[in-house]
Write a protein that binds this ligand. Structure first.
Ligand SMILES: Cc1ncc(COP(=O)(O)O)c(C=O)c1O
Length: 377
């Protein structure tokens, strides 16, 4: 059987975008989690002045980048003992997420299953498909938005598992998971736990957490500068943790020619060295989450604040619309607001829409004014 690719999730939003764009003042696009705020000046300067253009960059990441990442893990999560040799670079994290099953299968050819959060970033399941593996969703614990109900994993699936993906704070639900329990579960079964922590800086319920706080054995934390430092266009991420796993990934990826461009690595060093711009970004997201949550409440769509991340995960109010696509259409028509229907993140998301707070306040207030004019009796 040949492999047939599904449509790219966001390509399905074109019809809604057209509706939203009909508004005076245009569409307010909160569908994709792509940052809109400026990066740090020192980061842009580093891009232009590193002098690294001529030679090939180190696939693992420069010594400076690996040291900056280790220093940040120490500062942010109280992890003083992560050696830079257990840290390696990736070209943003999406390519890593998409390729981990393929790479791990080289290590464990008899295993063919990827366990991943049932309502999640679509690339966990896509990575399984691209590797010819089975993608097996794991539901959240009952009554929780985030995390993994590991008791729900069939032992027949666990025996075949190449990897367990965790994502806390979660895109799209904003929920937090129990990283200690996930690490212990994976260790007990010899299943590597890959913890996608790209929203860790935007943790609202308590301090940022990393799976590495529960020891490095059998776990890999995946981090990105795309969200933390508004650098999605520069493509810098890294992974860190279990020395053997990191080294295996690093070596395969070097053979495959995966390299973060030198100027981007230099930018990453500058970004990781600074925490002030992250504080400013946290304040922006908090303000926007609070504001738009209030607007949606006034429009008859109450939503709980997320435990982390910069998304509102808004339930479709019972009886008002038949599904999330109809709700998204109403938000496009009434507010010029483009959101993502929750089934883009898995069947279990079908009763929600996701709103990414990646527009400045002046754009969001435009949505507020438009929605306030609409009665929703
Ligand atoms: C949960 C999650 N993981 C990974 C990524 C990939 O980010 P990047 O490739 O820019 O590092 C995203 C981007 O939206 C995401 O939401």
């Amino acid at each position: 059987m040949t492999f047939s690719l599904p449509p790219y999730p966001y390509d399905r939003l074109a019809g809604l975008a057209k509706l939203a764009a009909e508004h005076d003042g245009g569409m307010v696009d909160c569908s994709i989690g792509t940052p809109c705020d400026p990066p740090l000046r020192a980061v842009v300067d580093a891009l232009a002045s590193s002098g690294t253009e001529r030679g090939y960059p180190a696939s693992a990441g420069s010594a400076q980048l690996r040291e900056a990442a280790a220093a940040w893990l120490a500062r942010r999560f109280g992890l003083p003992d992560v050696p830079p040799s257990s840290v390696a670079a990736c070209v943003g994290t999406k390519e890593l997420v998409a390729s981990v099953p393929h790479v791990l299968r080289l290590r464990e050819p008899r295993r063919d299953t990827v366990l991943y959060p049932a309502v999640s970033y679509p690339t966990y399941a896509m990575g399984a498909e691209l590797a010819g593996c089975r993608a097996v969703p794991v539901p959240p614990p009952p009554g929780r938005a985030g995390g993994l109900d590991l008791d729900a994993v069939a032992s027949s699936d666990a025996e075949r598992a190449l990897v367990l993906w965790s994502n806390s704070p979660s895109n799209p639900t904003g929920g937090l998971g129990d990283l200690a329990a996930e690490a212990a579960w994976g260790r007990a079964r010899g299943i590597p736990v890959f913890s996608d922590e790209c929203y860790a800086e935007f943790t609202w319920d308590g301090p940022p957490r990393s799976v590495l706080q529960h020891g490095p054995e059998g776990v890999v934390a995946v981090h990105s500068l795309s969200k933390r430092s508004n650098l999605a266009g520069v493509r810098v991420g890294f992974y860190a943790g279990d020395g053997e796993l990191v080294e295996f990934l690093r070596a395969v990826r070097q053979h495959a020619g995966l390299m973060v461009p030198g100027p981007a690595q230099a930018a990453g060093v500058a970004a990781l060295a600074d925490d002030g711009h992250v504080e400013a970004q946290r304040a922006r997201y908090r303000e926007r989450l609070g504001y738009l949550g209030g607007v949606l409440g006034g429009y008859g769509c109450p939503v709980a604040p997320p435990e982390g991340g910069f998304y509102l995960w808004v339930p479709v109010p019972a009886g008002r619309w038949p599904d999330a696509w109809a709700m998204a259409e109403a938000l496009a028509t009434d507010g010029g607001l483009l959101v993502s229907p929750g089934d883009l993140y898995g069947e279990g998301g079908a009763g929600h829409v996701r709103v990414a707070l990646v527009q400045p306040m002046e754009r969001l207030t435009l949505v507020g004014e438009r929605l306030a004019r609409v009665s929703h009796g």
